[in-house]
Design a protein around this ligand. Structure first.
Ligand code: IFM
Length: 456
């Protein structure tokens, strides 16, 4: 049955938003410095449909139209990312006046539309110049990131009040540096762990830089999902625990508890991990969760060549192997749709971290489906909002929800095939067409507000 727009009533100050990222929508590559993604997508075979983000949604030139769509949708906030190489083409040193001006204009446009700007400082587009000097394998990149954070905050921090340091450092480590299926295409396997540590350090240093610039509302966006062991056998539960550490604890434990999970700290680079952990655990005002799906995980399969999973090819030497999750509908990406696992994830976070857990915000949630009459996206959003509401009822402190994504966009190694937008983008004409899910969300938000409006 089609979902109605009547989702449960959320608290009156709950923050509703939509999200995007710079590399996936901006285009205008010739008007900024190069990033690792420009170099990666130039290599044939790296992106499944052979495309690049050179034009993408051309948001750089069409941001006014996109802000109008956000305003009409009726959300409170827009989460976008700032392209580091657009602001600092060489990653450090000279600032691009044109690059900073773009974000200044975007923030002005959002404020004029009554939409709160929520910048993310890093969504995977490392300046190529820094990558060529070692990128995230070098500690120095964390210091450069903090300088970049200060530059951006000095320009838009007067109007942008809520900030995100990094997006999904786990994916950037795993896909970009361990498996090589994202930029910069490194296949370092477990030697990629320094990338995790340096991103965490960059986060902590950026929190300090943002606070020094007067920003008081700071979070991070990490991807998380419940891990379900393939069976109760010792081999499967051990493999699932290992995967769970990588996805759900490698980044969250140091950020929230100020320590790495057992056995990980010793593998990290640097002379004084304890001192670094103090920087990493610099208190945040909230913790962002990007949620898409749970994962069933078991021991490596005997004689497996490689596992195809969620669009990835996982090598057999990994100490775990994800399994298909049967019995659930799937998105066009093949990701299982299991809304109740969002409630499980959130209550699990509360149980694991207790009083140490900052307030949570769902910084991404969404699905890839073809078509403008996207009833399946409506059902997905409806189901996940109900699951989120159940977590609130269970006492989990969740303060906001951002749909991924406002627009169909460049979905990394998948190219343009996977469409996550509430708004359809025709990549030939760049015309934007709101989908049925856009209209549904607008009505759902109107209903929330009508319910909250004081009675005459
Ligand atoms: O498109 C991505 C986004 O960049 C990061 N989170 C997951 C989304 C869907 O794959």
């Amino acid at each position: 049955m089609a979902a109605s727009a009547a989702i449960p009533q959320f608290p009156h100050d709950f923050l509703w938003g939509v999200s995007t990222s710079a590399h996936q929508i901006e285009g205008a590559v010739d008007e900024r410095g190069a990033s690792v993604w420009d170099a990666f997508t130039a290599v044939p075979g790296h992106v499944k449909d052979g495309t690049t983000a050179a034009v993408a949604c051309d948001h750089y030139h069409r941001y006014r139209e996109d802000v109008a769509l956000i305003r009409e949708l009726g959300v409170d906030a827009y989460r976008f990312s700032v392209s580091w190489p657009r602001v600092l083409p060489g990653g450090t040193g000279e600032v691009s006046a044109a690059g900073l001006d773009f974000y200044d204009r975007l923030v002005d446009e959002l404020c004029a539309a009554g939409v709160r700007p929520v910048p993310t400082l890093f969504h995977w587009d490392t300046p190529l110049a820094l990558a060529e000097q070692g990128g995230w394998l070098r500690r120095d990149t964390a210091e450069r990131f903090a300088e970049y954070a200060a530059v951006v905050a000095a320009r838009i921090g007067d109007r942008a009040k809520k900030w995100i340091t990094l997006n999904e450092p786990a994916e950037h480590t795993l896909l970009g540096h361990a498996l090589g299926q994202h930029a910069p295409g490194e296949q370092l396997m477990f030697d990629a762990l320094p990338v995790a540590h340096h991103q965490l350090l960059a986060h902590g240093l950026a929190v300090r830089a943002l606070r020094a610039a007067g920003v008081t509302d700071i979070g991070i966006a990490n991807s998380h999902g419940p891990t379900w062991p393939a069976s109760s056998s010792a081999e499967d539960t051990e493999a699932a625990d290992f995967y769970d550490v990588l996805l759900n604890r490698l980044f969250a434990d140091p950020l929230i508890l100020g320590r790495y999970p057992d056995g990980i700290g010793e593998l990290m680079p640097g002379d004084d991990i304890e001192a670094d952990l103090k920087v990493i655990a610099e208190p945040v005002d909230w913790y962002g969760i990007n949620f898409y799906q749970p994962t069933k995980v078991g021991a490596p399969l005997p004689a497996a060549a490689a596992t195809e999973f969620s669009g990835l090819t996982l090598p057999p030497e990994l100490p775990f192997a994800p399994r298909e999750l049967d019995g659930y509908p799937v998105t066009d990406f093949g990701w299982p749709v299991v809304p109740e696992s969002l409630t499980e994830l959130l209550t699990g976070f509360r149980d694991r971290y207790g009083d140490r857990l900052p307030p949570l915000v769902i910084t991404e949630n969404g699905c890839s489906y073809e078509g403008i009459d996207d009833q399946r996206r409506i059902d997905y959003l409806d189901g996940h909002l109900r699951a989120l509401h159940r977590a609130l009822e269970a006492g989990v402190d969740v303060r906001g929800y951002f749909v991924w994504s406002l627009l169909d966009n460049f979905e990394w190694a998948e190219g343009y095939k996977q469409r996550f937008g509430l708004v359809h983008v025709d990549y030939t004409t760049l015309a934007r067409t709101p989908k049925a899910s856009y209209a549904w969300l607008r009505e759902a938000l109107r209903a929330q507000r009508a319910h909250q409006a004081p009675q005459a």
